[in-house]
Write a protein that binds this ligand. Structure first.
Ligand code: AMP
Length: 289
């Protein structure tokens, strides 16, 4: 049976019960409109921990455009059924008033890792994420928290927060779940127009083509990114927000030679819908080993 908790005090006592009987607690924070990408995280948590808590909260603090917040897809009923079917144990579904009963004056910021990609493109975005994730960790008190590598920069930023603040939670990154056509599952995919939807697979194809060139021996970042940006610019109705190569730890822009472990990351608008995706450069033929 799924326990549905709207109050912080309820999720706290639920988790405290589990922990006092020696059970490990996994946590999957989400913004709802759940899909197979979230499913991969929830399954990992159920497999790796005794109890799994999923939160659904569309965090106003991380939206710089009010319109994005208002159009963000929401479906609490479907989310609850999805979580229940997977076998998670608790849902934490707080209201905005529960999370932010007064103006949030304490905001977390992080240096360096947030300088590029979404940190640069969306002012205040990671402040909002760090602040809400820290609050959620204090409310849920998990042993392990699961995040998707689709949001590579988010995982890096949260890992660093946990290290910097000596937090007692382990962060596990889960590989991006994709539709058979390669499109990374994302809540925003629902917002794509009929006309733009068929072009969504081209984003990941462009990333893969760039990695293929790297495997052919091209490691000059300027050449690789030029090819990537040209491929993205050729997609009808597409506008590139960024398409960059960064190192995998500090997420600083690479400008000379690409190496294994670097991350190709992009944010592209298809029509009015902003999609992000990334690819971690692998060893050539690493799938054979
Ligand atoms: P969101 O609801 O978009 O805030 O996402 C909640 C969590 O699900 C984050 O850790 C995301 O990285 C993760 N996630 C979203 N889409 C995917 C995906 N396609 N594959 C793996 N994880 C994902």
């Amino acid at each position: 049976m799924l326990s549905v908790n709207r109050r912080i005090s309820d999720i706290r006592s639920q988790v405290a019960d589990w922990r006092s009987s020696g059970r490990t607690v996994g946590f999957v924070p989400t913004m709802g409109a759940l899909h197979e990408g979230h499913g991969a995280l929830i399954r990992a948590s159920i497999e790796q921990c005794d109890r799994t808590v999923v939160s659904v909260f569309v965090n106003p603090l991380q939206f710089d455009r009010k319109e994005d917040l208002l159009t963000y897809p929401r479906d609490d009923k479907a989310d609850q059924a999805f979580i229940e079917d997977l076998g998670a144990h608790a849902l934490f579904l707080p209201s905005v008033e529960e999370m932010y009963p007064q103006e949030q004056w304490t905001i977390l910021t992080q240096k360096t890792i947030t300088n590029n990609l979404d940190g640069n493109a969306r002012p205040g975005f990671f402040d909002g994420i760090l602040t809400v994730v820290l609050k959620l960790f204090h409310m849920v008190h998990p042993d392990v928290a699961f995040f998707g590598l689709k949001d590579y920069q988010q995982v890096a930023v949260i890992r660093r927060m946990v290290a910097d603040l000596n937090m007692e939670v382990e962060i596990r990154g889960i590989p991006t779940a994709r539709e058979p056509n390669g499109v990374a599952y994302a809540s925003r995919n629902k917002l794509l127009s009929e006309e733009d939807r068929p072009h969504a697979p081209l984003l990941y194809q462009a990333l893969q083509a760039t990695e293929a060139r790297f495997h052919q021996g091209v490691d000059d970042v300027v050449i690789l990114l030029d090819g990537l940006r040209k491929a993205l610019a050729a997609i009808p109705n597409a506008r590139i927000d960024y398409a960059d190569l960064v190192d995998g730890v500090c997420l600083q822009l690479k400008t000379e030679k690409a190496s294994v472990g670097d991350v190709l990351a992009l944010a592209v608008y298809l029509g009015s819908v902003r999609l992000i995706d990334n690819l971690i450069l692998s060893e050539k033929n690493s799938f054979l080993s």
